[in-house]
Design a binder for this molecule. Structure first.
Ligand SMILES: [Zn+2]
Length: 246
């Protein structure tokens, strides 16, 4: 996987996970109206019209991934990831951080949970599904830790602000979740064995492959940005990074 150095944005490199997932984020007014249109945000939105972009800042230390948009209608984490990217442009980091702000631009454009009727958080174990292509990137890039950021509505699963992790086979997942829970106040949900409840969540597939991962949820109605949800998701992302000594 080759990364291009971006001349206009200091210290940022980028590549693509897939070219099958392209979408025009601006067509989803519920997210587009909330995006600060910095030059970098405009560049990211443009790159989404070609596929799923992945960005990289830093070249040393641990390799971390901040992922959002696995469910295209969960808008707060996608906004938060974009904000985090904007804040870290040009930063001199002691770890290497990869960002996938819009896992499926097409789903975000359509403000829908699925990609071509596939729930990507139930499909990452299926070879060459879009979320499996993200898993392939994670393995190829030898990413050490993954944070997957979602939102959840009342009366859905789990329906409250939370952090998911599992004890086996990758116990550090629980330590990361505990750190985020303590720092941000999100409730902790821990399973004994990754993927025992259902198959194909990005977090579970990573944990099963020995890459410690957590799923973070903030409370927000689907397809819109609930009050305070963007800020909470942003706090969860910062707390994830802080665990590794930012
Ligand atoms: Zn989700």
């Amino acid at each position: 996987m080759d990364f291009d150095i971006l001349d206009d944005f200091e210290n940022v490199e980028m590549s693509y996970v897939s070219f099958l997932s392209k979408g025009y984020i601006a067509r989803n007014r519920n997210i587009f109206e909330k995006i600060k249109l910095t030059p970098f945000s405009k560049f990211i939105l443009k790159s989404c019209t070609y596929g799923t972009p992945i960005f990289k800042i830093g070249t040393s230390g641990k390799k971390l991934l901040i992922l959002s948009g696995i469910h295209g209608n969960e808008l707060p984490p996608q906004l938060a990831n974009l904000e985090l990217l904007n804040q870290l442009v040009g930063a001199d980091l002691n770890n290497t951080v990869y960002f996938i702000p819009f896992a499926s631009p097409k789903s975000t454009m359509n403000n829908e949970r699925t990609f071509n009727e596939v729930d990507l958080n139930r499909a990452s174990h299926i070879y060459n599904s879009l979320s499996n292509m993200i898993i392939q990137c994670i393995e190829e890039l030898k990413i050490d830790f993954v944070g997957d950021f979602h939102s959840t509505a009342y009366n859905s699963n789990p329906g409250f602000e939370s952090v998911f992790s599992s004890k086996n086979p990758t116990p550090e997942s629980v330590l990361i979740a505990q750190y985020i829970s303590k720092g941000v106040g999100s409730e902790i949900i821990t399973y004994d064995v990754a993927g025992s409840q259902y198959k194909g969540a990005v977090e579970d597939v990573c944990n099963l492959r020995g890459i410690p991962s957590v799923t973070c949820e903030v409370l927000s109605p689907f397809a819109s940005v609930g009050k305070g949800s963007f800020e909470k998701s942003f706090e969860q992302m910062k707390s994830f990074l802080e665990y590794f000594g930012f």
